[in-house]
Design a binder for this molecule. Structure first.
Ligand SMILES: [Cu+2]
Length: 213
């Protein structure tokens, strides 16, 4: 009786260990295949999408970092009707930066020739915009946008295009529904008489027509 149970126990152990070994190889094999897919399939697909569209479409958050003197990313794609939150963050330790979106230039004459002071057409005209997470915002010009504020209201100024000007390490979130203004738009920082813009603080936005349902 005792012998029988001992041998059956041994058999169970044997079966157990064999089962564990095969399970290990199956799990390991699956993990390996998933890993391969992630490396060679998923990643390139997302990278291809990113290179085609700039930022992934339908991505509700567009993070935009400001540097001396650059934006990351330098190209964004949105679609008319999509709900988007721009998380604008100034990564500079020392410089104030803004973000204006528009087309064409307003120029002001100078001894060095015309200097662009802002865009001629302000993308934000007539757009409902919700501002939140304002932090170290030097000033905010909403121009003809229709603002709502959640949390601390930034220092509001008037004059010129829609423009949040962010202090070093500051930021603000800007939530809106992409207006029916498809085509190519531009963003830039006109701080210090257009020098930031010329030095590289500029980017492009492609706005695709509304998705046909
Ligand atoms: Cu700047």
């Amino acid at each position: 009786m005792q012998d029988h149970s001992a041998s059956s126990h041994r058999r169970m152990n044997k079966r157990d260990s064999r089962w564990r070994a095969s399970t290990f190889f199956i799990v390991f094999g699956c993990a390996f295949i998933v890993g391969l897919f992630a490396l060679f399939w998923q990643k390139p697909v997302s990278e291809v999408a990113a290179s085609v569209f700039g930022r992934k479409l339908d991505e509700p958050i567009t993070r935009i970092y400001q540097f001396d003197y650059d934006y990351e990313p330098r190209h964004i794609t949105w679609r008319v009707g999509d709900r988007v939150t721009i998380q604008l963050r100034n990564r500079s330790d020392t410089h104030w930066h803004e973000m204006v979106i528009g087309r064409g230039f307003d120029n002001t004459p100078s001894t060095f020739g015309p200097i662009a002071t802002q865009f001629k057409e302000d993308f934000w005209d007539g757009v409902h915009v919700t501002f939140s997470h304002a932090n170290h915002v030097d000033n905010l010009v909403v121009n003809k946008a229709i603002p709502t504020y959640i949390g601390p209201k930034p220092n509001i100024e008037t004059g010129g295009d829609f423009s949040p000007t962010i202090q070093p390490k500051g930021g603000i979130d800007i939530t809106f529904t992409v207006p029916n203004k498809p085509g190519k738009w531009y963003y830039g920082c006109f701080v210090q008489q257009y020098i930031h813009y010329l030095d590289g603080m500029r980017g492009t936005i492609t706005i695709l027509p509304q998705k046909q349902v």
